[in-house]
Design a protein around this ligand. Structure first.
Ligand SMILES: Nc1nc2c(c(=O)[nH]1)N=C([C@H](O)[C@H](O)COP(=O)(O)OP(=O)(O)OP(=O)(O)O)CN2
Ligand SMILES: [Zn+2]
Length: 144
């Protein structure tokens, strides 16, 4: 599905679900990577190359009546493909070389992961990225 159609589908699902009870599941993943943030003052420490032990949380939702036969929104084990992708694509990489033409802030990384995975995981509604134990950025295209 093209990305435009994808966004319309997400919007339609969101409108149909408005006010309805939903289930949400989340699973956490980790990777270590370096980055340099552009467009910051020269004396900002994040304008120098540095690294983080990142945490990524995927959030998936289904309507109350939308659980599968096992009673799952989706089997957590299905997300093994995301873990393998994270290990191959992000772990021990320099993020500026992976996310070309985007400043790899936590916000932009969360949106990039969301758009990369939305088609494979239609139940995906939000991606959160943490660079340090105290900081979180979330991309959630629509809020119920
Ligand atoms: N809104 C954002 N602000 C910052 C981001 C970001 O992605 N989005 N990124 C950084 C740095 O990459 C890095 O995460 C440093 O964050 P900071 O909270 O300053 O980390 P520290 O450990 O140095 O902070 P303490 O205050 O010592 O806990 C910066 N900003
Ligand atoms: Zn950083």
């Amino acid at each position: 599905m093209g990305s435009c159609a994808n966004w319309f589908a997400a919007l339609a699902v969101g409108l149909a679900w408005k006010g309805q009870p939903v289930f949400a599941i989340r699973k956490e993943f980790g990777f270590s990577a370096s980055h340099v943030l552009d467009h910051l003052p020269a004396d900002h420490p994040c304008s120098r190359m540095h690294g983080h032990n990142y945490t990524v949380v995927l959030e998936l939702k289904a309507q109350e009546s939308g659980l599968n036969e096992a009673g799952f929104v989706r089997d957590y084990r299905d997300l093994g493909e995301f873990k393998a992708w994270t290990d191959d694509t992000l772990d021990h990489r320099h993020l500026n070389d992976v996310i070309i033409d985007l400043n790899p802030s936590a916000e932009q990384l969360a949106r990039w992961i969301f758009t990369t995975w939305r088609e494979k995981l239609p139940e995906l509604v939000a991606v959160s990225v943490s660079e340090t134990p105290k900081t979180w950025a979330e991309f959630r295209p629509r809020v119920d």
